[in-house]
Design a protein around this ligand. Structure first.
Ligand code: F6R
Length: 260
């Protein structure tokens, strides 16, 4: 794991956008794994800006979103379908048939989840997965206790996640209780992973994920087992890291490191 502390959330967003741009420059038909929530908003704004400037082309890109709430129609303003359309897809030139978001309204969740896993494989696997982290250490909606080899499936949201996400709904009772999410095992098969976190509320989860033991109680800690994960943080999210000085030292010394 590489840990990069940006000065501001805006710096974090542009660093993450550079990661996406590098992948697309090397492979214009790359497969991207997308996250929703407040954390990647700056990244999506930056991707839209680069696209409008003519610097990013999404015409051959395929995407897979991590998760979706069960029971929300795609027109619901809090559905992740709606979120992705509003914040990214309607502003870029990605062909609609290349966009994949788990269905929150399928009549057969088990069959849908199997299909989603197969579809990721058919498309060649995820080249770059974008992740946020929950205050309980979740990635996707892989709540504490999720198997670290789990695949796309239905999950019951933790009370803490329902409380955290209630801010997006009129009241807490409206937050769905179930979600469909890629598994930790699904995420770990991505070739590259970028985890983003900002704000004090994420500091504890980040310290546990980066420096704690690998445990299903903090599913983001499974990223320690992944060969190419970069964690982009702002100062507040990095504030509980004990190894902070070393992480900064590594970044400072990076330009001098042998390239081959
Ligand atoms: C969303 C997702 C979740 C969020 C996490 C943080 O697709 O997979 O894991 O990334 O709950 O949410 P925010 O960014 O709203 O704090």
């Amino acid at each position: 794991m590489e840990v990069i502390v940006a000065k501001t959330p805006a710096d974090m967003a542009s660093a993450a956008a550079r990661e996406v741009a590098n992948v697309l420059n090397a492979k214009p038909n790359a497969v991207l794994g997308m996250a929703t929530g407040s954390t990647p908003l700056g990244l999506y704004q930056e991707l839209v800006r680069l696209h409008k400037k003519g610097e990013l082309d999404f015409s051959h890109v395929t995407t897979f979103n991590l998760d979706e709430y069960v029971g929300l129609p795609i027109t619901h303003p809090q559905s992740y379908h709606y979120f992705m359309h509003e914040h990214l897809f309607r502003h870029i030139n990605i062909p609609p048939q290349n966009v994949h978001i788990p269905s929150g309204t399928t009549t057969n969740y088990r069959a849908f989840c199997e299909w989603y896993e197969q579809r990721i494989k058919q498309c060649g696997g995820i080249d770059l997965q974008i992740l946020g982290i929950g205050t309980d250490g979740h990635i996707g909606f892989n709540e504490p206790g999720s198997s670290l080899t789990s695949r796309t499936r239905l999950k019951t949201l933790a009370r803490q996640t329902i409380d955290d996400n209630a801010r997006f709904f009129k009241n807490r009772d409206e937050v769905p209780i179930y979600a469909i999410t890629m598994g930790v095992g699904t995420v770990l098969e991505s070739k590259e992973i970028v985890l983003l976190a900002n704000g004090k509320k994420k500091a504890e989860a980040i310290a546990a994920a980066v420096e704690g033991p690998v445990t299903s109680m903090i599913t983001a800690s499974a990223l320690q087992l992944h060969p190419s994960t970069r964690v982009y943080l702002d100062e507040e999210a990095a504030s509980h890291l004990k190894m902070r000085e070393y992480f900064d030292w590594v970044q400072e010394k990076k330009p001098g490191a042998p390239q081959a």
